[in-house]
Design a protein around this ligand. Structure first.
Ligand SMILES: Nc1ncnc2c1ncn2[C@@H]1O[C@H](COP(=O)(O)OP(=O)(O)O)[C@@H](O)[C@H]1O
Ligand SMILES: [Mg+2]
Length: 403
């Protein structure tokens, strides 16, 4: 680990931006979101919707929720890039659930999914479809999801759907078109930004999780972090990590206000005496954090010090996403790679119809053992007491060494 962690006496990087459920901080709002999701799961009814600005913790909350479920009793599909036609969405869901399908008609795909749901129900298992970044669902596809959610036996629904997305999702759902879907929403939770007190508690919590060490944060520094992050956890992490580096460079164990200002400058946020106008701040924040995550996510894992950041606009970042998605072939097999999507199924064999044996998480490091058909690779994951081996789709991995 980085020298600066040693300097601060920490065991782990307290502000890494990959979602790590061990660092989950239960703010009032995250608590509410989690218990609402559990409620929907228990009751087996309808849709659950979680909205929040980027970086407020939607994906991490979903992950925490999934972790809390009895894994033998539930099957789920997790869709991260839902900008899909109805057919493509059905295919993606089937693929995640481990059912083969190729070039089939929408009706055929629908029937396959229905059969699967009925079968799982007779085995006493629940099936969840989780759509992240659901603001990107085309209208037509969202409508198909509603129809899908109507599938039921005499008394209960066969499928539960969770939509998580940015505030645009709420706008979309409030349009007249989705009146019927709206009636089916049983819980609707909004993740709000952390308050000033929560921001301080969040920072302290993450520091103590990482080993506490000998780091002190001045009360003015807390205030500044709150002001520039607006209480958005992802931004708090980015600012705090850089503030720690700035303090380290000065051999200071105390994080002081000027370290925070330097951190904020280095990520290209606008420094101002006045609190930001919310919209401007959000736009720049969104740009920065997407850029940080997408363009240098892998880099951050490779290097102790993140590279200087370029602030990209949302559009630029979006094209980067589609490039990443399109990169289907893993050309050279690297020795080690990390998981580049929030959740990734590890299977017994190199195809989607074989059993899921483990669920990898974003940032998990794996050793590549063997290249299989198409983009499949066999990997070894050693982050558990017992190492696990299995097959994953290599298009969701990024190499740890070189490109
Ligand atoms: N409740 C929380 N506890 C701990 N860390 C959090 C929490 N919420 C967000 N984070 C941090 O912020 C980052 C962004 O969260 P994420 O779930 O990806 O946000 P979103 O999906 O809303 O854009 C996470 O990787 C994590 O480091
Ligand atoms: Mg997310």
């Amino acid at each position: 680990m980085a020298d600066y962690l040693e300097f601060f006496g920490l065991k782990d990087d307290p502000f890494k931006i990959t979602p790590d459920a061990n660092y989950f901080f239960l703010s009032e709002s995250h608590q509410e979101a989690l218990s609402s999701l559990r409620y929907v799961y228990e009751s087996g009814e309808g849709f659950a919707v979680v909205v929040g600005e980027p970086g407020t913790g939607k994906t991490l909350t979903l992950r925490k929720f999934i972790d809390s479920l009895p894994q033998e009793e539930v099957r789920f599909a997790y869709i991260l890039f839902p900008n899909l036609s109805p057919e493509e969405l059905f295919e993606a869901i089937l693929e995640d659930l481990g059912i083969k399908s190729e070039g089939e008609t929408k009706n055929r795909l629908f029937a396959k999914l229905r059969d699967f749901l009925v079968e799982e129900r007779t085995k006493g298992r629940k099936v969840l479809v989780i759509v992240d970044e659901a603001q990107n669902l085309p209208d037509e596809t969202l409508e198909e999801l509603r129809i899908l959610s109507n599938l039921e036996t005499e008394d209960t629904k066969l499928l539960q759907i969770i939509l998580a997305g940015q505030p645009e999702l709420e706008e979309k759902l409030s349009s007249e078109k989705f009146r019927q879907l709206r009636q089916r929403i049983t819980v609707f939770v909004k993740l709000r930004n952390l308050t000033k007190e929560e921001t301080k508690a969040y920072i302290d919590y993450r520091l103590s999780k990482a080993g506490k060490g000998n780091i002190v944060v001045s009360s003015k520094a807390y205030d500044l972090v709150y002001r520039y992050s607006m209480g958005i956890p992802r931004l708090i992490n980015i600012i705090m990590e850089r503030a720690m580096m700035a303090a380290f460079v000065e051999s200071s164990h105390e994080i002081k206000p000027h370290h925070v200002s330097r951190a904020v400058e280095s990520v290209g946020m606008r420094l101002s005496e006045e609190p930001f106008s919310k919209r401007v701040a959000l736009i720049s924040a969104v740009g920065i954090l997407l850029a940080v995550l997408l363009l240098s996510g892998g880099y951050l894992l490779l290097n102790n010090f993140p590279p200087p950041l370029e602030v990209k606009t949302k559009e630029v970042v979006k094209t980067e996403v589609s490039k990443v998605e399109k990169k289907k072939e893993v050309k050279e097999v690297p020795d080690e790679a990390f998981v580049a999507v929030p959740m990734l199924n590890m299977r017994e064999g190199p195809d989607t119809s074989s059993e899921v044996i483990y669920l990898l998480r974003e940032g998990d490091r794996v050793k590549i053992l063997e290249k299989g058909p198409e983009t499949w690779v066999k990997v070894l994951y050693e982050g558990l007491d017992q190492p696990v081996e299995g097959w994953v789709n290599g298009k969701y991995l990024r190499p740890l060494k070189g490109e």
